[in-house]
Write a protein of this length. Structure first.
Lengths: 332, 313
């Protein structure tokens, strides 16, 4: 599969009155064309900041301090704001969590849909209107002609999210970043939106980064999963590998905290403790305080990333033993 | 929309009846006898009695009020005690001056206030922001009779660039504009300051809104993000402030007209109060109250035009 996005050692920091806070701590990952990568983790683990870093939409006190982001082999971190603007909504698009507030309340749906087409495709208003109608049809909005003239408050949450998707896909981007797009929606609408994103992904051969904290959603749509904890990637792999044989204790904890209705004896577990504060200094592994298996090594040294298989990696000292055992059995 | 206008007009009617009653009563309760002012210091008691009889001031106050209101509903605001001129006529000759002054001040206030507020917000904590918020605070705090006097001292007396006072030339001539500049700045400064503060704070809120991030994510140019996507949303609360200030400006012309010797409704009112000229006081107060209500009605209509979520049907 052809590689679309390559992120290397991305570090994102926020300036505050006292200190520089590091929200994303040197993460690396990649997304292929036509692939869905799910980024999972608790609120505050840096998953939204990662996606905003990719889009160049960080709040004014935030910035990428090091690392590289390559989209279609183009380096994004060295681009000017104007160059990034030309890519946004064009080569890469983003949809957000809150469909209720993500659309401008004082402009019609038609106006907001025409915008990316007129900006990036130089369409006239009339051409853009025709295309906007197509897009609304494509995302399954009934009576699209009427919708173009309506304002966001006249549409339901599910409809608004469909409009957001139509807007994001207007210029056929190669990368779509969806930041918890279904969290604010009813479960039935949620499934429809997930299906819609999946269908459009295949139609347009897009790479999709799907940010969520819902393991059920991950199971449904992900090709690969990336688990983040306190600004770091702790485990990444194909969805079957990670779900069937999670390696990092944090991933295991996340999976154990998903309710299971099929198994009546299933004991719901939670991960003890809470996510460390963003400016907390932690020696060793950033998860060790909450880890039931933490050793002295975990408390002192931050683990490197160990390969479980060619496609599966875990940032945990426990993996070292397994890897070394494998090596010794292979050599003996 | 039509039902809103009808409803507001009925409210206006009730309001005017209420205000006229209050003003009428307070004028009669307040010390000071119009007859002695008209008759002058040498008038005898019988002269005064004759004047009172003539003006109907000997009737019970309530009867006087009902008589007055009968006239008002027939479009007759009564006659001035001082020169027997019709009150309607006195207002009509002076009102254009007041309106010119109020509109010119509002234009000054809106242009300066909105621009300063928005630039402050998008360049938050810059030197522009700091100086503009400082000026805004000063603008609200400075009394306008003092500001007017200082402007006259500087621009008219010392530099001799602008006339000291008066408003004789029509506003569309160069001379008229020269005459309007200082009074408009004097009257508009406080409003400009209030508008700037409101524009800044709503703009700060709006540029952090989700839909602004969406617009950026679509690749909309920064200029359009601010002046199209954000501005229209930020204007909604600013329009309220503009409306309230415009109403207040019409009342505020009283002092400015006095400072710049402008023959407007404000001066008419002040002179009438001093002379216990009841019909003129009544007429001018009713005019200002009615304008206040009408301006606010216009503001409500503008709301519906800017914000599609507001509908009066």
């Amino acid at each position: 599969m052809e590689q679309l996005l390559q992120v290397n050692n991305l570090v994102t920091q926020f300036r505050t009155a006292e200190d520089n806070l590091t929200a994303v701590r040197g993460i690396s990952f990649s997304v292929n064309k036509g692939e869905t990568l799910c980024i999972v983790g608790e609120s505050g683990c840096g998953k939204s900041i990662t996606s905003l870093s990719l889009m160049g939409l960080l709040p004014s006190n935030g910035s990428i301090s090091s690392g590289s982001i390559k989209l279609n082999d183009e380096e994004l971190t060295s681009k000017t704001e104007e160059e990034l603007r030309r890519l946004r909504g064009n080569k890469m698009s983003m949809i957000f969590q809150e469909p209720m507030t993500a659309l401008n309340p004082v402009f019609t749906i038609g106006y907001q849909l025409r915008e990316p087409l007129m900006i990036h495709r130089n369409m006239s208003k009339r051409e853009a209107d025709v295309k906007a109608l197509d897009l609304l049809n494509q995302v399954g909005i009934p009576d699209p002609k009427k919708r173009l003239k309506q304002y966001p408050h006249e549409l339901s949450g599910g409809m608004r999210q469909r409009v957001m998707i139509a807007m994001a896909l207007a210029c056929k981007p190669s990368l779509l970043i969806a930041d918890e797009p279904t969290t604010a929606l009813d479960v039935t609408i949620q499934a429809q939106i997930l299906d819609l994103i999946d269908d459009l992904k295949q139609e347009l051969d897009m790479g999709v980064i799907f940010v969520t904290h819902d393991m059920g959603v991950v199971a449904e749509i992900a090709d690969r999963v990336m688990v983040m904890y306190a600004g770091e990637v702790v485990e990444v792999g194909e969805v079957e590998e990670v779900f069937n044989a999670p390696k990092h204790p944090y991933t295991k904890g996340l999976l154990a905290s998903v309710p299971n209705v099929d198994d009546e004896f299933h004991q719901l577990e939670s991960i003890s403790g809470s996510l460390p504060n963003i400016n907390e200094k932690i020696d060793g592994c950033r998860f060790h305080k909450r880890c039931p298996l933490a050793t002295d090594q975990c408390r002192e040294q931050s683990p490197p990333i160990f390969s479980v298989s060619e496609t599966h990696q875990s940032k945990c000292w426990l993996q070292q033993e397994v890897t070394e055992n494998d090596k010794s059995t292979a050599t003996s | 929309m039509v039902s809103l206008i009808i409803q507001r007009m009925l409210q206006l009617l009730l309001l005017l009846v209420g205000i006229s009653f209050l003003v009428f009563m307070s004028m009669h309760i307040a010390p000071g006898d119009p007859a002695s002012i008209i008759g002058g210091p040498t008038a005898s008691e019988s002269d005064l009695e004759a004047i009172r009889e003539d003006l109907g001031l000997n009737e019970p106050v309530l009867v006087q009020y009902i008589d007055y209101m009968k006239g008002v509903f027939q479009g007759n605001l009564g006659f001035s005690y001082q020169n027997n001129q019709s009150v309607t006529e006195a207002i009509i000759t002076r009102f254009p001056n007041t309106l010119n002054l109020a509109v010119a001040s509002m234009i000054v206030a809106v242009i300066i206030g909105v621009a300063a507020g928005i630039i402050s917000a998008i360049k938050q904590n810059s030197w522009f922001d700091v100086s503009s918020t400082t000026f805004a605070l000063a603008g609200i705090s400075i009394p306008n009779f003092w500001l007017g006097t200082m402007l006259i001292l500087l621009f008219s007396v010392t530099l001799k660039w602008l006339p000291v006072g008066g408003l004789s030339a029509p506003f569309y001539t160069i001379e008229g504009m020269k005459q309007l500049i200082l009074p408009a700045i004097t009257l508009g400064t406080a409003s400009a300051a209030m508008i700037a503060r409101m524009a800044r704070s709503t703009m700060l809120e709006v540029i952090r809104a989700d839909y602004i991030r969406t617009a950026k994510a679509k690749g909309v140019k920064q200029k359009s993000v601010i002046w199209i996507h954000a501005l229209r949303n930020a204007m909604i609360p600013v329009i309220t402030v503009i409306g309230v200030n415009f109403g207040a400006l019409l009342g505020g012309t009283i002092i400015t007209e006095q400072v710049f010797a402008i023959n407007g409704v404000g001066r008419l009112m002040i002179d009438a109060i001093a002379a216990r000229d009841f019909p003129v006081v009544q007429g001018t107060v009713l005019l200002v109250a009615a304008l206040f209500v009408i301006v606010n009605l216009i503001v409500d209509i503008i709301y519906a035009l800017i914000d599609p979520r507001i509908s009066y049907d």
